[in-house]
Design a protein around this ligand. Structure first.
Ligand SMILES: *[C@@H]1O[C@H](CO)[C@@H](O)[C@H](O)[C@H]1NC(C)=O
Ligand SMILES: *[C@@H]1O[C@H](CO)[C@@H](O)[C@H](O)[C@H]1NC(C)=O
Ligand SMILES: *[C@@H]1O[C@H](CO)[C@@H](O)[C@H](O)[C@H]1NC(C)=O
Ligand SMILES: *[C@@H]1O[C@H](CO)[C@@H](O)[C@H](O)[C@H]1NC(C)=O
Length: 334
């Protein structure tokens, strides 16, 4: 009887090993898409990680979990880092790109634990169960862009883990506000509903001033929101990602995040390739598995009255200065 159990266990272990062997594809053997990418390898060789190459991370972890032989190694960990915002800043792209790193596992869904009272009431054990399975030594990350602008969230995250790392990805504030508007507009159009123009929402019709009650305008006042977070966390616990640059030239931004998360360099040039049809980078997990971000992420914005654009840029300028000053990261926003 004992013998039989041992035999079953052994075959499970062997099966898992075989699976890992057949599925491991070394990225450095890949042919680069275009010659530019093959030039000059990044400074320092990518570090070998003590994890199986989890290019198909989700599927692989799922299979490992099902085989009882390895169940003991996989755990659901509270996030070590949270992408707290901002909406339309590029949070999805950032999460997906970080997930290329062998030591990072993402929560696929926006969990909305800290900003939703109902979810928050379910307790931290519920939150942990929303986290992906990971190996000890890997870190888990979730993103919920509403966290950044929701009053109650900083304190709640502080109560979960006062050392958690906080990632904020931002774009030029006026562009972000229009992108925010555009997403709502598309939702209305899908339901055949009409919607106000951006100009009527962003500018108060009686005063002709910027309408700070309009949420898409308010969200872009990054310094104001950040100041609220700083009542709970030291500024060193935040890292600001340039969402505009992440789209045009992701690798340097990802390096900075790796450093902030104390991760060895694990995302290489081969993991990202530019798809000129989309005008976007796509992610290559392995020779056989790559994925592009959803098309809706690159929709065109409506033309906005240049006078309104000027008004908004002028409005954001002092807040931007403040934001640079607090974070130590300067952007060349107008
Ligand atoms: C794992 O264990 C459970 C119960 O402990 C059992 O029902 C299941 O069949 C096992 N799975 C495998 C793949 O052996
Ligand atoms: C809190 O977050 C830090 C930073 O990611 C991590 O090192 C630490 O293990 C976390 N603590 C708990 C209890 O999860
Ligand atoms: C919206 O209108 C179009 C054409 O007028 C129609 O084909 C479509 O079914 C409508 N959609 C909804 C959600 O009502
Ligand atoms: C590039 O993008 C186009 C349009 O979305 C898509 O059909 C195509 O499969 C992509 N190519 C690669 C190599 O990802």
């Amino acid at each position: 009887m004992m013998f039989l159990q041992l035999a079953v266990l052994l075959s499970l272990v062997l099966g898992t090993l075989l699976y890992l062997l057949t599925h491991s594809v070394h990225l450095d053997r890949l042919q680069p898409m275009c010659p530019v990418e093959s030039r000059a390898p990044p400074a320092g060789d990518p570090v070998q990680f003590p994890f199986p190459p989890l290019q198909y991370k989700r599927g692989l972890l799922h299979k490992l979990r099902r085989s009882n032989a390895t169940t003991g190694r996989l755990i659901q960990q509270l996030p070590h880092a949270v992408i707290i915002g901002v909406r339309k800043g590029g949070t999805r792209a950032l999460l997906e790109m970080l997930n290329l790193h062998p030591a990072v596992v993402k929560a696929s869904q926006e969990v909305h634990f800290f900003d939703n009272d109902h979810n928050y009431g379910r307790g931290v054990a519920w939150y942990r169960r929303r986290m992906p399975f990971s190996l000890p030594g890997q870190i888990t990350i979730e993103k919920s862009p509403a966290y950044f602008v929701t009053e109650k969230v900083p304190e709640r995250i502080f109560r979960m883990n006062l050392s958690v790392k906080l990632l904020v990805i931002v774009r030029e504030p006026t562009t972000r506000a229009i992108s925010d508007y555009t997403q709502v507009l598309e939702g209305k159009e899908r339901k055949n509903k009409t919607y106000h123009s951006f100009e009527t929402l962003a500018v108060d019709s009686s005063t002709r001033e910027v309408n700070t009650k309009y949420k898409a305008v308010r969200t872009s006042v990054y310094a104001k929101h950040l100041e609220h977070w700083l009542e709970f966390f030291p500024v060193q616990q935040f890292h600001v990602v340039d969402g505009d640059r992440l789209i045009t030239d992701p690798l340097p931004e990802l390096r900075l995040v790796e450093r902030f998360l104390n991760l060895a360099h694990g995302i290489s040039r081969d993991n990202l390739y530019f798809n000129s049809t989309r005008g976007f980078y796509c992610l290559r997990f392995s020779r056989r598995f790559s994925k592009c971000l959803a098309g809706s992420k690159g929709r065109p914005h409506p033309d906005v009255d240049p006078a309104v654009l000027d008004k908004l840029r002028h409005f954001y300028r002092p807040f931007n200065q403040k934001f640079y000053q607090i974070t130590g990261r300067k952007f060349d926003w107008p």
